[in-house]
Design a protein around this ligand. Sequence first.
Ligand code: PEP
Length: 251
Amino acid sequence: MARPKLIVGNWKMYKTVAEAVAMAGSLKSLGLGGRAGVHVGVCPPLTCLHAVAQALRGSGIEVGSQNLHWEREGAFTGEVSAAMVKEAGATFTLVAHSERRQLFGETNATANRKVRAALAEGLSVILCVGERLEEREAGRTFEVVRDHLLGSLEGVDSAAMARVAVAYEPVWAIGTGRTATPAQAQEVHAHLRGLIQGAWGSAVAEAAVIQYGGSVKPDNVRELMAQPDIDGALVGGASLKPDSFGALVHF
Ligand code: PEP
């Protein structure tokens, strides 16, 4: 059975509430949630999450959080929990985006706590994995993505894996305009699927959605999506405008 493609826009720390709601309205009127075999989501800043979820109701486009904390509530100034983002309208969350790993000290251990908290709350998860340039150049790509994948998903059972997607995002390709070639990406995606098979079995591996992320644009998306183990895209820059995001959904 063919896996669906999953196209998700990560708006990072861009857009006011008014801008985000206007963007959501455009995505809805473009009918982007209605393409058969393509699942679509957006991750607005937390300040906009509720308003965007309201604006996208009935559109078929899901709303996700860019991050969350693993505790349900407590004295954790500046943090929000899985229950809170769910209440605001999120159905999924990103975990361990490379900017979280690089700038905010995210580790596989903290990612694992976040994954488990999100799944326990009924959210789906997009777990981000990917090597830095020096790690690629040192021939360590497979080892790094294995550690990210297996370390962050420790203790997640096969049933819960149905709600986990993986985003392979080579750090050197994020926001740089430098995309991995389709062959480079496919090689790592196939490796990730093999790791999933080893840990959770063939059925989970066959169903697992593995997105590529890193300077995906309307002019390179089609070739990437044609690879057998690339099941979608996690997109930063090109997700910020309705036309380019629309072109990605209609790859
Ligand atoms: C991202 O933020 O996950 C990303 C891949 O960004 P960009 O598309 O801008 O490289």
